[in-house]
Ligand binder design. Sequence first.
Ligand code: IPM
Ligand code: MN
Length: 372
Amino acid sequence: MKKKIIILPGDGIGKEVTIEGRRVLEKIAKSYGHTFEFDEAIIGHEAIEATGNPLPDETLHKLKNCDAILFGAVGHPKYDNDPSLKVRPEQGLLKMRKELGLYANLRPIKLFDELLEASSIKAEILKGSDILFFRELTGDVYFGEKGRKDNGDTAFDIMIYSRYEVERIAHKAFQSARTRKKKVTSVDKANVLESSRLWRAVVQDIGKQYPDVELEHMFVDSAAMKLIQNPRSFDVVLTGNLFGDILTDEASQIAGSMGMLASASVGETVGVYEPIHGSAHDITGKGIANPLASMLSAALLLDISFGLMEESKTIIRAVEQVLKAGYRTTDIADAKTIKEKILRTHDMGNQVISQIEKVNSGYEAVGSYSNS
Ligand code: IPM
Ligand code: MN
């Protein structure tokens, strides 16, 4: 298979982890005889510094002319505490989502058994959790009209949804639930918000086309509580842009660490694959970031954009083996982790790559799989 992949490292640890994500794709290409052609582009703070624009035209052009995108993160502390800055790194990300029509953000929350102890939640509550979030990504308060009035003393962001926006992501969620445990939990705030009442009505309509899938509605406050109280009760979660942003960070604790979570943004054109963690400037440059979410994002890319299931599974199995062998980055280490097995970013990358070789040659160094 011949494909063109754009690497979009962005800011902070985005650069450090996408290097490892790219290496894993290169390894897969070599092992399975595919030709992946890579190119890089700039976005976010780095792009503002270079061009004044967080999503330069040159970047957008490259993104529109490739088969898949592996993205890192955007953001810089300079902007966080200075609301007066008008041009911001995050605008690059939002514009990319809009321009590429990436209306569905899939965030799988799957816990590797080896990381049960790394979470701040009790192992017996977590064990067996497997949730797939469908977060709407190009609507809601993120893209509604925003502004100031009363000489700047009043500010507003309009929360807005149209029927077609809810319909298209609802279809994706129901279709996916059919391949899983056949349950969709739609999360909204329909007891207060008009946009949520439309959301709920549309999801009910679409649900009728999937009578084999159980549909449940939940208010976002209650969903936030139930996710921690009983994560196993969820299968597919369907929600809007803002609620999905918040709930998926919360749900990352179910997977042990933000450093483990990959995501896929798909829709009308090319797909973007990225870790859900941000640019993490507090650890940038230290070489200790966890590259596994980027590597697992590469696995999602192979599966969803290229239909390469076997290759995708190979990456996931390799990650599983590395964890089974006791290797950790600092964010997922616990009291029982042997000090020598706490790895730096690049060394963790090396471990996964050498496991791919072993998985691929049928030789698994550590343990074997019973459930995959
Ligand atoms: C995410 C991020 C972004 C969002 C930010 C960086 C704009 O938090 O992808 O979840 O809010 O969508
Ligand atoms: Mn977020």
